[in-house]
Write a protein that binds this ligand. Structure first.
Ligand code: KMT
Ligand code: NI
Length: 193
């Protein structure tokens, strides 16, 4: 699993680690409880950059990825390179990725190279920062509040997977609070004991 920690209330540079002092680590059990799943993959199985959309044939080289895709129905895959020189409109997109939002489907990202931060809200509505790196395949459940940013290296080369035709539409907070996907998330993962 990737390293995760609590963010402070104020973040001035979104790309910085922003650990509290002392650092407050977040363990795997806590991430699992929020509905996050993780697989360690062998990113060397892919030659990159590979940017065709939709992207597919090379899966066969990695039986683990193929099995995961078959099991979970991840029929769609493409590759995004988040980098100032490779992603058109980098500044605007980074800004949009870092707006707190939900999706009406699972968000599935397999980091092929580089790294980045996924921030997710815990049940106390505090931010957890998750540092994903090459070989990390992580899923965020439908309806979880989250955002993404590059780290200081400003390169994140990632496979985006999806069940069926991809819909990446973000629903930003707070407008999304009444969204059925948010309500489902609250029911499934935030119900109090
Ligand atoms: C998202 O949904 O925030 C993204 O797709 C970010 C880029 S994938 C590492
Ligand atoms: Ni998202």
């Amino acid at each position: 699993w990737p390293e995760a920690w609590m963010l402070p209330t104020e973040v001035s540079d979104q790309c910085a680690t922003n650990k509290q002092s002392p650092n407050v680590p977040v363990d795997v059990a806590a991430l699992r409880k929020l509905g996050i799943s993780y697989w360690k993959m062998d990113a060397e199985k892919f030659s990159y950059p590979v940017k065709e959309v939709p992207w597919d044939p090379k899966d066969a080289q990695d039986p683990k990825l193929k099995a995961l895709r078959d099991d979970r129905g991840y029929s769609y895959a493409d590759i995004i390179t988040v980098h100032p020189d490779h992603l058109p409109g980098f500044d605007d997109k980074i800004k949009a990725f870092f707006e707190e939002h939900i999706h009406d489907a699972e968000e599935i990202r397999y980091i092929l190279g580089g790294s980045g931060y996924f921030d997710v809200r815990n049940t106390q509505d505090e931010w957890i920062r998750i540092h994903v790196k090459k070989g990390d395949l992580m899923t965020l459940p439908e309806g979880i509040y989250h955002r993404f940013t590059c780290d200081c290296e400003k390169l994140c080369h990632a496979m985006r997977l999806f069940k069926g035709q991809p819909v990446w539409t973000p629903f930003n907070r707070p407008e999304c609070d009444e969204h059925p996907s948010r309500k489902k998330y609250v029911t499934d993962f935030m119900a109090t004991a």
